[in-house]
Write a protein that binds this ligand. Structure first.
Ligand SMILES: Nc1ncnc2c1ncn2[C@@H]1O[C@H](COP(=O)(O)OP(=O)(O)OP(=O)(O)O)[C@@H](O)[C@H]1O
Length: 310
C-alpha cells in the first residue's frame, strides 16, 4: 500500500529568540523533526512555553528558523504562495469587530481573489456549516466566545484550504460548541484535508487526532498514533453486551483453558491526559528520555507506568 504523502516536513528545526542586541534570549525549539501526512489530524501538545505557537508561526512563514528546514506541499515554508492552500485559526481572533458574518467572509474571500459568485456560494455554505445563520447580520462585536470561534473557523476555510492550522479550536466553547467544533474538524478530514491543531484540552485532542507530538522545553518528547500510544500492550479488552453471571463464568473458564488470567470485567483505559502528565513527569525526571520513533511503533511513556497495587 502506498504511504500517504507528507504535507509538512520539519527537519532539525531550531528557533532562538534574540533580544534587541542580538543576544540569545530563549531557545524556543531544539532540533525538531516531524512529518504530517496528507489527510490526517495531527495534534501538537505541550505545556505552556514548550514551543507550539512558535512551530505554528514557522509553518505559516511568520517567523524564520534559526536552523533547520520546513517544507510544505514539497515547497520551502518561506514560499508565500503556499499560504493560498492553508487556512489558519489563531488562538485570539483578529477579525474586524464592526463587520457582520457575511461581510467578514466576503472581505476574506476578496483577499484570496475569489469571484463574486463563488464568494457568495462559499459564504452561505460556511455560515450554515458553522451554525451562524441566525446571527449572520449581527456585528462580530456582539458575538459570544463560541460564536467568535465559529466565524473564525469559517474565515479559515474561505479559501477552501488543503491544510488547516487550528490554535486552541475548542478553548472557551461549551460542551455543545466543543462537540460541533470536533465534528467540523472530523468533516475536514473526511473531505481529504489535513489538520494540525494545538490544544491544552487533551480529551478533545484524544477524540479527534490521529497522531500527536508532545513538546517539552522546545524538544519533541513523544510522537505517534494516539491509539498506539494509549493502548495497553499486555492486556486485552473485549467489549460485549451485558453478560449473565452464568455466561461470565463460562467466559472465565474459557480464559483459564487458554492460560489467560481473568483480571477484571470493567477495566479502566488510559487517557491522553495520563500520557501527557506522564510525559511531563518523565521529562522533568529524565531530561534525555524520548519516546519518538519514525514507524509509529514508539514505546509509550505509559509502558513505564507502575502497576497499581491490587
Ligand atoms: N517573541 C518572542 N520573544 C522572546 N521569546 C519568545 C517570543 N515568543 C515566544 N517566546 C518564548 O519561546 C518559548 C516558546 O513559546 P511558545 O509561545 O512557542 O510556546 P507555546 O507552547 O505556544 O506556549 P502556550 O501553551 O503558553 O501558548 C517560551 O519560552 C516563550 O517565552
Amino acid at each position: 500500500m502506498n504511504q500517504p504523502e507528507n504535507v509538512i516536513e520539519i527537519r532539525n528545526l531550531s528557533k532562538v529568540y534574540r533580544d534587541f542586541w542580538g543576544r540569545k534570549k530563549v531557545q524556543a525549539l531544539k532540533s525538531l523533526s516531524l512529518d504530517v501526512k496528507k489527510g490526517e489530524i495531527f495534534g501538537l501538545l505541550g505545556p505552556n512555553g514548550s514551543g507550539k505557537t512558535t512551530t505554528m508561526k514557522l509553518l505559516l512563514g511568520l517567523l524564520f528558523p534559526t536552523t533547520g528546514d520546513v517544507s510544505m506541499f514539497g515547497e520551502p515554508a518561506s514560499n508565500v504562495e503556499k499560504n493560498e492552500k492553508i487556512g489558519y485559526l489563531p488562538e485570539e481572533s483578529y477579525l474586524y469587530r464592526f463587520l457582520n458574518a457575511d461581510e467578514t467572509l466576503d472581505f476574506y474571500g476578496r483577499l484570496f481573489n475569489i469571484s463574486s459568485d463563488e464568494r457568495k456560494k462559499r459564504r452561505d455554505a460556511l455560515i450554515e456549516r458553522v451554525g451562524l445563520q441566525h446571527a449572520r447580520k449581527r456585528q462580530l462585536k456582539e458575538y459570544s466566545k463560541g460564536m467568535t470561534r465559529r466565524i473564525g473557523l469559517a474565515q479559515a476555510l474561505i479559501n477552501d484550504p488543503d491544510l488547516v492550522l487550528l490554535d486552541e479550536p475548542t478553548s472557551g466553547l461549551d460542551p455543545i460548541g466543543t462537540r460541533d467544533m470536533k465534528d467540523m474538524i472530523l468533516d475536514l478530514r473526511d473531505q481529504g484535508k489535513t489538520v494540525v491543531m494545538c490544544s491544552h484540552l487533551l480529551a478533545d485532542v484524544q477524540d479527534v487526532c490521529d497522531r500527536i507530538a508532545i513538546l517539552y522545553g522546545g524538544e519533541l518528547k513523544v510522537m505517534g498514533r494516539v491509539d498506539e500510544l494509549l493502548k495497553s500492550k499486555e492486556q486485552e479488552q473485549i467489549l460485549t453486551s451485558t453478560l449473565s453471571d452464568e455466561a461470565l463464568n463460562e467466559v472465565k473458564a474459557v480464559l483459564v483453558k487458554h492460560n489467560a488470567e481473568f483480571i477484571s470485567a470493567d477495566r479502566p483505559t488510559a487517557t491522553l491526559e495520563d500520557l501527557f502528565l506522564k510525559t511531563v513527569q518523565i521529562s522533568q525526571a529524565q531530561p534525555g528520555k524520548r519516546f519518538v520513533s519514525a514507524d509509529d511503533k514508539a514505546e509509550s511513556p505509559l509502558d513505564n507506568e507502575e502497576k497499581p497495587a491490587t
